[in-house]
Design a protein around this ligand. Structure first.
Ligand SMILES: O=P(O)(O)O[C@@H]1C[C@H](O)[C@@H](CO)O1
Length: 321
């Protein structure tokens, strides 16, 4: 296997012959390069820009089971993560591991079919590194999606929660994608997060949900990301609910922090794939990833339609600017 030198200089790692080698390679990648310097990220952006004529304005991240959000993209060109130099690989079922370029509602977009999670062994800065690649390719809007467990008693499986805000639980423990030296070419040392989720796009999404006749299953709420990969205990879920959390997952927060740090406009939503058990004798099934992916697949069409409509509005607004 070709690898990367201990000082972080980059060679392209080739796929090796068997699963356990591949697994080792993932761990190797995760541990060796906890963060990426500006030039490393620029090299990835340049690699992609040399191979696609698309200059994306919108970056999309597909959550678990939501790969087909990228299916409506036209004139596509795709890159498997394993073939992009120095890119991490997806190890989670329901995350294909592919970057797609093309057009949605006439807007140039790039979409990640598969994201990186902390529990895969990747540090947070590495999980959200692709957001910086997006930025260096010209992306102005991040549209992130995820699968999440519902805590708000009004939520049902299959509902959509537009993210109004998040609670950065991992940040409470001192873990941030922005940890380490700050590169001002991306953004300031101390970025604000007051308006992390764009209020205008949230209202556009509500309007679109109304037009689609799905307002009754679309909510607005607060998401939190835990480290995973285990799902939560009853006591943990109760605590999160007391803290004001409406949906809990294992992603997105660090991507949004990275996007806001470099001044992207953010829109995000959770698909409620399961309901968190707030009592020990709850009638809710225990959370499991098969169900999460299954619900994702069964609702990806609705999620995709909502996202396309929001993008259509952005396209209209861009034209009139
Ligand atoms: O990538 P997302 O946040 O959609 O995936 C969720 C969180 C875990 O990766 C997994 C748990 O089932 O789904």
């Amino acid at each position: 296997m070709t690898g990367k030198k201990a000082n972080g200089s980059c060679n392209v790692a080739k796929n090796t012959s068997n699963d356990s080698d591949n697994e080792n390679r993932n761990v190797y990648y995760a541990m060796e390069k906890p963060t990426y310097a500006y030039d490393d990220i620029k090299a990835i952006a340049d690699y992609l820009m040399e191979r696609t004529p698309v200059r994306p304005k919108i970056g999309i991240i597909c959550g678990s089971g939501l790969n087909s959000l990228a299916d409506s993209i036209t004139n596509t060109q795709s890159f498997d993560y394993e073939n992009i130099p120095n890119f991490p690989v997806s190890t989670v079922e329901g995350h294909v591991g592919r970057m797609i370029f093309g057009y949605l509602e006439n807007m140039p977009v790039m979409a990640m079919q598969g994201r990186f999670h902390y529990y895969e062994g990747y540090p947070l800065a590495k999980c959200s590194m692709p957001v910086r690649v997006m930025k260096l390719m010209g992306v102005q809007y991040l549209m992130a999606t995820n699968a999440a467990g519902g805590l708000n008693p009004k939520y049902k499986v299959g509902d959509i929660m537009i993210m109004r805000d998040h609670i950065n639980m991992m940040g409470f423990a001192g873990n941030s994608p922005l940890q380490g030296p700050n590169d001002p070419r991306f953004g300031p040392r101390f970025p604000p997060m007051t308006n992390a989720y764009n209020a205008h796009l949230i209202s556009v999404a509500h309007k679109m949900a109304k037009e689609m006749g799905i307002s009754h299953e679309v909510h607005e709420g607060v998401y939190t990301c835990l480290g995973g990969p285990n799902y939560e205990t009853v006591a943990e879920l109760k605590m999160l609910r007391i803290l004001g959390v409406d949906a809990v997952g294992m992603s997105t927060v660090h991507e949004v922090i990275t996007a806001r740090h470099c001044d992207m406009t953010v829109f995000a939503f959770s698909l409620i794939t399961n309901i968190g058990a707030l009592e020990y004798d709850s009638s809710e099934d225990e959370a499991n990833h098969e169900e999460v992916v299954m619900v994702g697949k069964s609702r990806q069409s609705i999620c995709g339609q909502l996202m396309c409509r929001v993008i259509k509005e952005i396209a209209k607004e861009c034209q009139t600017k």
